[in-house]
Design a protein around this ligand. Structure first.
Ligand code: ATP
Ligand code: MG
Length: 566
C-alpha cells in the first residue's frame, strides 16, 4: 500500500475538481487584494473633504463597489472551500470503505469498533477542516496581515513599528486563551459523554440497582459527572468573556496612542507618526482589519495540528494488510502444495482418518495447525481430514476453538503454523467469489443485515434468483411464516418478526440458497427448545442431503455422522 494515501486522495480530488481549485485560488487572492482598497479610497475622500474640495461621486461609488466586492470574494472563498472540503471528505470516506472491505480478518480482530469509527468520522473531519478552516485560510490570513503591514509601512512608519511590537503579544495571548478554552471544551465533552453514558447504563441495570439498593450511589455518580461538566463550561465562559474586551481595548489603545503621537506637534515624533486626516481614517480601518486574521491564525494552527495527527492515523489504517487476491495464488499454490500434501500423509498425529483411501484429495485437511488470536493460542497441532460428502461433528468444550476451526477453513484467518487446505489449496487462497458456492456457513448467532427477508437470504447477491429464494424457504420450512408477513419476502426485517428458531432456520436458508458443496454449522440448535430443535434438524437433514457437512456441538445428542474431538 502506498505510504501517503491521504495525500494521493487529496491530489486526485484537486485534479478532478480543476475549476473548483482554480476558483478557490482566485477567490483567496481576490479577497486579499480587494480588502486593501476601500480604506485607501476612504483616505482620499476624507482628505478631499478636509481640503475643502468637492468629493467626486465616482470615488464614493468605488468605495462601495470595493467593499461589496470584498464581501463577494470572501463568501465565494468560504463557499468554494466548503464544497471542496466535502469533496475531499467524500473521496476519503469512499477510499476508507474500499480499504475496509479488503482488510484481513486478523486486522479486523485487532481493531476496536470505536477506533475504527473515529478513523471514518473524526479523523476525516479533521482533514476536511484542514481545507475549510486550515491551510488555505491560514495562507489567506498571512497574506492579509503582510499586505496590510506593507500598506501601513507606506502610510505611517511609526504605526508599523507599534504593530510589529503588539502583534506577537496579541498572537501569544490569543493562543494562550485558545489552548485553555480547548482544554476546557475537551474536558466538558468527556464529562458530558460520561454523564450521557450514565443514563442508559442506569436504565440497562435498573433491576440490579433496585435489587441492591444502589440508587443513591448512581445518583451521586451522575452528580459528579455533571459537576465536572459545569466546571469545565465555566472555564470556557470565563475565557470567552475575557478575550473580546481585551482585544477591543488593545485595538483602542493602539489607535489612541498613534493618534496622540500624530497630534503631538513634536517634529521627530511627527516624522514617524505624522499623517493626514484621511490616512488616519485609513490606518484605523487597517488596524481593526489586522486584528481579526491574527486571532484566526491561532485556530488555524490548531486545525492544522489536529489534521496532521488525523492524516497520520488514516494513513496507518490505509497501511494495514489486505486480503490476498485468491485467483492468482490458487494457480501458484496448487502446484506447490502437492508436495506438502504428500508429506502430510506421513504426519503421525492425524486424529481422524477419512473413510476412503489415502489417494483421495480431501475436501478439508488440517495439517498440524496451530493458531491463536494475538498471544492467545487456541489450537495446537491439529490434524484432521474431511472427505467429499463426509458428515462430521466437531466436539469440544466451550472455548476449545470449534468456531475458530470454521473461521480458519473459511479462510478468514491464516494459521500460525501448519496448513488448512481446501481440495489441496490453502483456504486463504480460495477466490472470494467462489466462497459462497463452496461453503454454506450457518453462524452460531444470526446476524441480521439491514434489509428485507429476501435480503437476509440473498445477502444482496444478484446471482440468486427469486425461485431459489422461494425454494430454500420451502426446504427450510419457513415458507408459511414468511408468507404470513405483511409484505412476505419484501417485509423489512426487525428482530421481532421471527422467533429465535425461525431466525435459525433463516440462517440455514441463507447458507443453503447458493447450493454450496459444504455446509458449516456452528451450534445451530444450542438455544432452541426440543420442539424447535426437531424442526431445525429436520430442515437441516433435507439441506444436508448429498453434501459435505461439518457441524459443531458441545452436546453429544446433536451430533451428525462421525465425530472429531477438539
Ligand atoms: P463455544 O462452544 O463457546 O462457541 P468455541 O469452541 O467455538 O466455543 P471459539 O469461539 O473458537 O470457541 O473461541 C476459542 C477461543 O478463542 C476463546 O477463548 C475465545 O475467547 C478466543 N477468541 C475467539 N474469537 C476471538 C477473536 N476474534 N479475537 C480474540 N480471541 C478470540
Ligand atoms: Mg463457538
Amino acid at each position: 500500500m502506498k505510504k501517503n494515501q491521504v495525500k494521493n486522495v487529496i491530489w486526485k480530488t484537486v485534479l478532478q475538481q480543476k475549476w473548483l481549485s482554480i476558483g478557490i485560488v482566485l477567490a483567496v487572492i481576490g479577497a486579499v487584494v480587494t480588502a486593501l482598497i476601500p480604506p485607501l479610497v476612504l483616505a482620499k475622500i476624507v482628505d478631499t473633504i478636509t481640503a475643502g474640495k468637492n468629493v467626486v461621486f465616482w470615488s464614493i461609488l468605488l468605495y462601495f463597489v470595493m467593499l461589496a466586492l470584498t464581501g463577494i470574494m470572501e463568501s465565494a472563498r468560504e463557499g468554494l472551500l466548503t464544497v471542496f472540503g466535502q469533496k475531499i471528505t467524500h473521496a476519503l470516506r469512499s477510499s476508507l470503505m474500499e480499504k475496509f472491505g479488503r482488510l484481513t480478518s486478523d486486522n479486523l480482530t485487532g481493531l476496536e469498533p470505536g477506533t475504527l469509527v473515529s478513523r471514518f468520522v473524526g479523523d476525516v473531519d479533521t482533514v476536511e477542516n484542514l481545507f475549510t478552516s486550515g491551510i488555505i485560510s491560514m495562507f489567506a490570513d498571512a497574506c492579509k496581515i503582510i499586505s496590510i503591514l506593507v500598506v501601513i509601512w507606506f502610510e505611517n512608519k511609526g504605526l508599523m513599528v507599534v504593530l510589529l511590537v503588539i502583534l506577537p503579544f496579541l498572537f501569544w495571548f490569543t493562543r494562550h486563551v485558545q489552548k485553555n478554552m480547548l482544554a476546557a471544551q475537551i474536558e466538558n465533552r468527556k464529562a458530558v459523554g460520561r454523564a450521557s453514558g450514565h443514563v442508559p447504563e442506569t436504565l440497562h441495570n435498573i433491576r440490579t440497582i433496585h435489587n441492591l439498593a444502589r440508587e443513591t450511589y448512581m445518583e451521586k455518580r451522575y452528580d459528579t459527572y455533571i459537576g465536572e461538566s459545569y466546571a469545565a463550561m465555566e472555564r470556557t465562559n470565563f475565557y470567552d468573556a475575557v478575550y473580546s474586551p481585551v482585544i477591543l481595548i488593545l485595538n483602542a489603545v493602539v489607535v489612541a496612542a498613534v493618534m496622540l503621537l500624530s497630534a503631538s506637534g513634536n517634529r521627530t515624533v511627527l516624522t514617524f507618526f505624522g499623517m493626514s486626516a484621511g490616512t488616519a481614517v485609513a490606518v484605523t480601518n487597517y488596524i481593526s482589519q489586522i486584528f481579526t486574521p491574527v486571532e484566526s491564525l491561532g485556530m488555524e494552527i490548531q486545525t492544522i495540528q489536529s489534521a496532521v495527527a488525523g492524516i497520520h492515523r488514516i494513513n496507518e489504517f490505509f497501511g494495514l494488510e489486505e486480503k490476498k487476491d485468491g485467483l492468482q495464488e490458487v494457480k501458484e499454490l496448487s502446484v506447490a502444495d502437492k508436495g506438502v500434501s504428500e508429506s502430510a500423509k506421513d504426519a503421525a498425529a492425524v486424529n481422524v482418518v477419512g473413510k476412503s483411501g489415502e489417494d483421495e484429495v480431501p475436501f478439508v485437511e488440517f495439517q498440524n495447525v496451530t493458531f491463536g488470536y494475538d498471544e492467545h493460542v487456541v489450537l495446537e497441532h491439529l490434524n484432521f481430514k474431511v472427505l467429499d460428502t463426509d458428515q462430521v461433528t466437531l466436539l469440544g468444550r466451550t472455548g476449545a476453538g470449534k468456531s475458530t476451526i470454521l473461521k480458519l477453513l473459511l479462510g478468514l484467518y491464516e494459521p500460525d503454523q501448519g496448513k488448512v487446505l481446501i481440495h489441496g489449496i490453502p483456504a486463504t487462497a480460495v477466490k472470494a467469489g467462489d466462497r459462497r458456492t463452496l461453503f454454506g456457513y450457518v453462524e452460531q448467532t444470526f446476524h441480521m443485515v439491514p434489509g428485507t427477508v429476501r435480503d437476509q437470504i440473498t445477502l444482496f447477491d444478484g446471482r440468486i434468483s427469486d425461485c431459489q429464494v422461494k425454494a430454500v424457504a420451502e426446504l427450510t420450512g419457513l415458507k408459511e411464516a414468511i408468507e404470513s408477513l405483511e409484505n412476505d419476502y419484501d417485509t423489512y426485517c426487525t428482530p421481532e418478526i421471527f422467533s429465535q428458531g425461525q431466525w435459525q432456520l433463516l440462517s440455514i436458508a441463507r447458507a443453503a440458497v447458493s447450493e454450496p458443496k459444504m455446509l458449516l454449522l456452528d451450534e445451530i440448535t444450542a438455544n432452541l427448545d426440543a420442539e424447535t430443535e426437531k424442526s431445525v434438524l429436520a430442515a437441516l437433514k433435507r439441506v444436508a442431503k448429498d453434501r459435505t457437512v461439518i457441524s459443531i456441538s458441545h452436546r453429544t445428542s446433536a451430533e451428525l455422522g462421525r465425530t472429531i474431538q477438539i
